[in-house]
Design a protein around this ligand. Structure first.
Ligand code: NDP
Length: 249
């Protein structure tokens, strides 16, 4: 029997962790939709890199916080390749600030992108997955959602939210061959963390038992396994990739 060529959607696949995941899934032989919100050039560069390595990918613009955009992204995927097997909810933003000074906009934007966006993508992809009797959903959470973090009430609330969302979805669709898991990175070197001032970065690094930030590729390796055939009995799980930062959480 010929192996099925899996089709993966990686949200926020144009930069950082999502870029590394898209490249890895492409190298694993999956067809990849590289989703982005604004930076078309970065997404095209990822698509070209996947193609240069012998894979197949296409860039699709969609804001994950907008239901119509998400519906169009899934429709475009089905039109191009006829199935959706893997959803990696990676797109996310941070708008940090102490709760006392956090304005409604900072709260709403982060909840919209990091929590509502996950819901909208899961809802849109679950139908084809149920029809196929196979699916893999991996959501990129954060250790902040497990431990909390000063200055990140919005972000930590969204990232804690995806844990409950994932456990519920996992239970709803387990009998259909669909798994849903969360990977929770610690501090990973990307544009998101580049804005940290040097002192804050050093302070956090001293708290990491491994003494260094992680790389996007180290997160991608875990995602690659969780979306594979081999991970079929792992669901509703949260796996930290944090060098021990949140050990025990
Ligand atoms: P980056 O800022 O480097 O990249 C974010 C990506 O998400 C970009 O491709 C961006 O696309 C996309 N994106 C943002 N908002 C939306 C949206 N509304 N719709 C579609 N795409 C969107 O972030 P990271 O790679 O660092 O983070 C990726 C994920 O990992 C996030 O969920 C983040 O919370 C999580 N994470 C990161 C950690 C870290 O230390 N870096 C630690 C723990 C978790 P565009 O450029 O087009 O806007």
């Amino acid at each position: 029997m010929a192996t099925i060529r899996r089709v993966a959607i990686v949200t926020g696949g144009s930069r950082g962790i999502g870029r590394a995941i898209a490249l890895r899934l492409g190298a694993d032989g999956h067809r990849v939709v590289v989703n982005y919100r604004a930076e078309a050039t970065a997404a095209t560069e990822v698509v070209d890199a996947i193609a240069a390595a012998g894979g197949e990918a296409r860039a699709v613009k969609a804001d994950v916080a907008v239901a119509g955009d998400v519906a169009q992204m899934v429709e475009a995927t089905l039109t191009a390749w006829g199935r959706v097997d893997i959803l990696v909810n990676n797109a996310g933003i941070a708008r940090d600030g102490l709760v006392l000074r956090m304005d409604d906009e900072a709260w709403n934007q982060v909840i919209a992108a990091d929590l509502t966006g996950v819901f909208l993508c899961v809802r849109a992809c679950i139908k084809p997955m149920v029809r196929q009797r196979w699916g893999r959903i991996v959501t990129v959470g954060s250790v902040a959602g497990l431990t909390g973090n000063p200055g990140q009430t919005n972000y930590a609330a969204a990232k804690a939210g995806v844990v409950g969302l994932t456990a519920s979805v996992a239970k709803e669709v387990a009998s259909r061959g669909i798994t849903a898991n969360v990977v929770a990175p610690g501090l990973i070197a990307t544009d998101l963390t580049r804005t940290l001032d040097e002192r804050a970065r050093q302070r956090i690094e001293t708290q990491i038992p491994m003494g260094r930030m992680g790389t996007p590729e180290e997160v991608a390796d875990l995602v690659s396994f969780l979306v594979s055939e081999r991970a079929g009995y792992i669901t509703a799980e949260v796996v930290r990739v944090d060098g021990g930062l949140a050990a025990g959480a």
